[in-house]
Every structure is written in C-alpha cells, then in structure tokens.
Design a protein around this ligand. Structure first.
Ligand SMILES: C[S@@+](CC[C@H](N)C(=O)[O-])C[C@H]1O[C@@H](n2cnc3c(N)ncnc32)[C@H](O)[C@@H]1O
Length: 193
C-alpha cells in the first residue's frame, strides 16, 4: 500500500504547531478527531512531549495512519481509535485537549453539530479544543477560491463550510478564545470549556 500523503498537511503543520504549543501547554491527553493520513499526529506528538496524542478516525483510514506511525513512532503517540461521529460511542478516556483539522466542512451538518456538542460535553472544565479549517464568518467567505470549494463540496455530497456563529451555538458552553489566521485562508479556532 502506498502511504497516504497530504500536501496541505505539510504546508500547514508548522503554523498549526505554533498555536498548539500555547493552547495545549497545560494539556496532558489530546484526542485528535479525523486524523486522516496521520501526518499531523506524527509531526505534533514528538514536538509536544508533555502530552499523549491519541489519533482517531473512521476505520478505513487506520492502515494509513498506522503506516505513518510505524515509520515515525513516538512514545506519546497512540494508534487510532475508531471514531465516526454520528455512529461511534465517544472514547472512554478523559481528554483535556481535543484537536481536529479539516473535518467540519467534510462531515454532514448534523455530524459537525454533534461533534461540537460531544467535544463540549466530554471536555473537562478548562479543557481546550483546537479546530483548524476553512470557515465562513458572518456568512462571508474569506476568498473566491473558498466560495468555489464550498460549492464543489455541496455538489459532491459533503456538508460544506460551517459558519463560526453556528459552531459557537453548538459548542456552548465552550468559549471561543481566538480565531487565528492560517495559510491558504484557513483559520485555527481555539475553544475552552
Ligand atoms: C479532509 S480529511 C482531513 C484529514 C486530516 N485531519 C487533515 O487535516 O489532513 C477529513 C477527515 O474527516 C474524517 N471524517 C469525515 N466524517 C467523519 C465523521 N463522521 N466522524 C469522524 N471523522 C470523520 C475523514 O475520515 C477524514 O479523515
């Protein structure tokens, strides 16, 4: 099997890490939702050695994630849990940090709503949630290419971009601490319970 590869992950991993270093400075156990290829996990885990990084995704992604982990193992990096929001039970461990990248516009709207609700429900008081991706703000797309990508997603059956205001409603009582601009007109939202 060819190892899955995402050029976008290579492009965004350094700026994302800069934010995670401060957002997760006091976190001990982080759950990543929708690890995808696993590239983010193998890059972040050794650079955040004070915490345990738990990967997760739908089962069909596990082989690729495991391949990345076996090539770049890290003592604080855990093989993927099966987590399909809307189908799976929530993992049983307590995670005081959660991370997800590029999932809210892929999931169906009801799945993204459920993800925000479940993250909010399962984080302990003070827990952090870092959410990377493209979003609209007050209904406005940050670029023409984002508007076109959203349209393509809808036409292909994906959920499409979510507005930060709807995420904020679904995530209550999480507080949106920061909206960090990222490369390629993406954002990194930092939430805290
Ligand atoms: C565009 S990929 C992003 C992967 C990776 N986080 C990244 O940034 O490259 C979207 C990810 O969302 C995951 N995903 C889609 N629907 C999901 C659901 N209902 N529950 C959990 N993960 C889901 C996919 O399995 C996939 O890994």
């Amino acid at each position: 099997m060819n190892k899955p590869f995402s050029q976008a992950c290579e492009n965004n991993k350094v700026p994302i890490l800069q934010i995670l270093k401060s957002a997760f400075a006091h976190s001990r156990r982080v759950l990543e939702i929708g690890s995808g290829t696993g590239q983010h996990a193998v890059f972040f885990a050794p650079r955040l050695p004070h915490l345990i990084w738990q990967t997760s995704d739908q089962p069909q992604y596990h082989a690729g994630i495991l391949e990345w982990i076996s090539e770049s193992p890290s003592s604080n990096l855990k093989p993927p849990l099966s987590l399909t929001v809307g189908e799976s039970a929530w993992p049983t461990h307590t995670y005081d940090g959660m991370f997800t990248a590029n999932t809210a516009h892929i999931m169906q709207k009801h799945e993204t709503k459920l993800m925000m609700e479940q993250v909010s429900q399962h984080l302990p008081e003070g827990g952090m949630f870092c959410q990377y991706g493209p979003f609209t703000q007050d209904g406005v797309f940050s670029s023409q290419s984002n508007r076109e990508f959203h349209q393509q997603l809808i036409e292909s059956g994906y959920g499409g971009y979510r507005d930060i205001s709807e995420l904020t409603l679904w995530a209550e009582p999480l507080k949106l601490l920061a909206i960090n601009p990222m490369p390629a007109n993406n954002l990194l939202l930092v939430w805290q319970k």
